[in-house]
Design a protein around this ligand. Structure first.
Ligand SMILES: NC(=O)c1ccc[n+]([C@@H]2O[C@H](COP(=O)([O-])OP(=O)(O)OC[C@H]3O[C@@H](n4cnc5c(N)ncnc54)[C@H](OP(=O)(O)O)[C@@H]3O)[C@@H](O)[C@H]2O)c1
Length: 278
């Protein structure tokens, strides 16, 4: 079965095997007679879409949510070719819609709840101290903080019913105090603040759900050029950025999600599996 999936040519899966070996890959697959389910937010592009592709290749049922499914052409095409992918509309700032979707999936076990969707960290003058745009501030907190909290609360019964019980939030090294010296913050203050708060929130959530055997996993994907600009800039301007391929990043994060235990709940991991500081 593993060989057949590898042969299907999905680069990320090859990388997963190359990175962590076939035993880990097997562990990520569904057990005999059981198809695990993952729900992913912001799955129409970037890392979210790569999560969709790689979980699909592993044989999982994928609930791929997107803010505007009608515009998510690549995801639509992918779902048309893969019957285990279901697309659902979900803007995580729309609390009523989150509840509605949770009601729709009442009784459906979810093994991995993947809070991926966010406003990204590109530098922006509206985030500069002295010039802060407070609508933008609210937007960052609504999407990057309140959204994952609401989604996690609403789908908690589904996670409890799942076998793997992994509550995941894609965070960022940019939100980590341990890396404060390594990264300039000009123009990304609100993003970084939202991710720092996300970390603290998920540490608290981890404590709240440990009685339910739910493992909370915080992830840093590395620096991945999901907007299609960083690679060119890096080359042209010789920036020396340590970029990670999205296939590598997602393969690594899936492995971390799969292998973390209760002891790791609430910790933040680099996609490689290394624990990084908050
Ligand atoms: N790429 C990196 O280097 C990097 C580094 C550190 C952390 N991260 C984190 O990794 C995650 C994915 O990043 P990415 O690079 O793939 O970002 P991206 O390419 O900008 O994609 C962001 C995704 O989030 C969705 N989204 C935005 N607002 C939403 C809302 N209100 N409700 C639901 N979905 C919403 C977007 O949907 P629309 O298309 O509809 O806008 C899109 O699908 C984010 O949490 C990001 O902070 C990324």
């Amino acid at each position: 079965m593993i060989i057949r999936k590898l042969a299907s040519g999905l680069c990320g899966i090859l990388l997963l095997a190359a990175y962590f070996g076939p035993l880990t890959l097997a562990a990520a697959e569904g057990e005999e007679g059981y198809t695990p389910t993952v729900l992913i937010t912001g799955s129409n592009r970037g890392l979210g879409f790569e999560f969709v592709k790689q979980y699909t290749a592993l044989g999982w049922k994928v609930i791929a949510t997107a803010r505007k499914p009608e515009k998510a052409e690549d995801l639509q095409t992918f779902a048309a070719e893969n019957s285990n992918v279901i697309i659902e509309q979900l803007d995580i700032t729309d609390l009523a819609r989150v509840d509605e979707l949770a009601e729709q999936y009442k009784g459906q076990p979810i093994d991995v709840l993947l809070n991926n969707g966010a406003i990204s960290g590109s530098p922006d003058p509206k985030q500069l101290f002295g010039k802060v745009n407070y609508d933008r501030f609210d937007q960052f907190m609504d999407v990057n903080l309140r959204g994952p909290l609401k989604v996690s609360e609403a789908f908690l019964p589904n996670l409890k019913a799942g076998k793997k019980k992994r509550l995941v939030a894609v965070s960022s090294k940019g939100g980590s105090f341990a890396n404060i010296d390594a990264m300039p913050s000009q123009g990304t203050m609100l993003y970084r603040t939202s991710k720092a708060a996300l970390n603290m929130m998920m540490v608290n959530v981890a404590d709240s759900v440990k009685g339910d055997d739910i493992v909370v996993v915080l992830l840093n994907p590395g620096l991945v050029d999901t907007q299609g600009m960083l690679t060119k800039m890096n080359e042209k301007m010789n920036l020396g950025l340590d970029l990670t391929l999205k296939e590598d990043s997602i393969a690594g994060m899936i492995n971390v999600i799969e292998t973390t235990t209760m002891e790791d709940s609430g910790k933040i991991f680099q996609y490689t599996g290394k624990v990084i500081g908050y």
